[in-house]
Design a protein around this ligand. Structure first.
Ligand SMILES: Cc1ncc(COP(=O)(O)O)c(C=O)c1O
Length: 337
């Protein structure tokens, strides 16, 4: 890919971004009468617009330079931001590979972009030939994929040969044995890898997403994002989580071992037809009469996700605590009897 700049929307290339008070005077020493804040209180100041302290920790832990990192208000914000940077409404197209995470398409509809669908194959893998025939600004890939749970193959071949931006959503990567492609942003100028604190870090309420990409892409995304997109409380919660890697790792181990236990228990039930391989913190389960079972679970106040509209007769089950998983199995046994 010669020049990423050519992919950026014209009005964004020439955009003069908002210059916040915190951009103009960066030190935290002094009497601050510049941002129309209230002088009283403990959360009275605007947060750091570029989240430098948080990025510094991420940079060290992931061996990525700060200039290659953008923090979003959840990765959903990043999915949208990328469309607004690269795609001209009513003109440009994005590619999705269903069944996959729904927000790529929802944002494309909001941003008035055409959506090209290149479904996954029977084994939930990418149809590389079909993808590479398309002309689109952004290709959204999700690995491990939601809702199928599997990791996608041939990613690098596609990134290398696709003529637009590849947005690789790694929301579930920490549950997978397949390595992240974050280190590949150096090699592929068209690659954006997104991750989130909502899954393995257990901070869905906090809303922290991360984009890793080439410096040009990050700097233009910084121009377009709202100046104070990540609150001070969110930044602090994210840094606290990064300070406790033991807790993070043991949590992941527990979820992964529960995933295997739940799989075994589910397979003892007559109406369970198939459990798809999962590298994530959920299982996609094919059942006889999945919708009826989904409803019977709700009657027992166990809420799963009915995915039958995207993969016939399936429900997606998030791995809960050991106790919750046992309650699910008890409830399913009751349904069976
Ligand atoms: C694949 C995928 N990407 C992104 C998200 C959204 O993540 P965030 O909470 O960081 O906005 C989800 C949430 O379920 C997801 O499944």
């Amino acid at each position: 890919m010669d020049n990423i700049n050519n992919l950026i929307r014209k009005n964004i290339r020439s955009l003069t971004p908002y210059s916040s008070a915190r951009d103009e005077y960066k030190s935290n020493q002094g009497i601050f009468l510049d941002a129309n804040e209230n002088p009283f209180g403990s959360l009275n100041r605007y947060p750091d617009p570029y989240q430098w302290r948080l990025k510094k920790i991420l940079s060290i832990q992931n061996n990525v330079e700060i200039k290659n990192i953008l923090i979003g208000n959840g990765s959903d914000e990043i999915i949208d931001l990328v469309q607004r940077v690269f795609c001209e409404p009513k003109e440009d197209k994005i590619i999705i590979c269903p069944p996959t995470y729904g927000m790529y398409e929802v944002y494309a509809n909001i941003n008035n972009l055409e959506v090209i669908s290149v479904p996954l194959t029977k084994n939930f893998q990418l149809n590389a030939n079909e993808i590479l025939k398309q002309n689109a600004k952004i290709l959204y890939l999700c690995s491990p994929n939601n809702p199928t749970g599997n990791s996608l193959e041939n990613l690098e071949y596609i990134i290398e040969n696709f003529s637009g931006i590849v947005f690789l959503d790694e929301a579930y990567i920490d549950f997978s044995d397949t390595p992240s492609l974050v280190s590949k942003i150096k090699e592929y100028p068209n690659l954006i890898v997104s991750q989130t604190f909502s899954k393995a870090r257990g901070l869905a309420a906090v809303r922290i997403g991360i984009a890793y990409a080439n410096e040009n892409i990050i700097s233009v995304m910084n121009k377009v994002k709202p100046p104070y997109n990540v609150s001070e409380l969110n930044q602090q919660a994210a840094m606290q989580s990064l300070a406790d890697e033991n807790n993070f790792k043991s949590n992941i181990q527990l979820i992964k071992s529960e995933r295997e236990l739940l799989k075994k228990s589910l397979l003892t039930l007559d109406f369970v037809k198939k459990i798809y391989p999962s590298d994530a913190n959920f299982l996609l389960v094919k059942m006889e009469n999945a919708i009826a079972i989904y409803n019977r679970l709700i009657e027992q106040q166990i809420i799963t996700r009915n995915r039958s509209s995207v993969v016939e007769n399936t429900i997606r089950i998030t791995i809960g605590t050991p106790q919750e998983n046992q309650q699910l199995i008890n409830a399913l046994q009751l349904v069976m009897s």
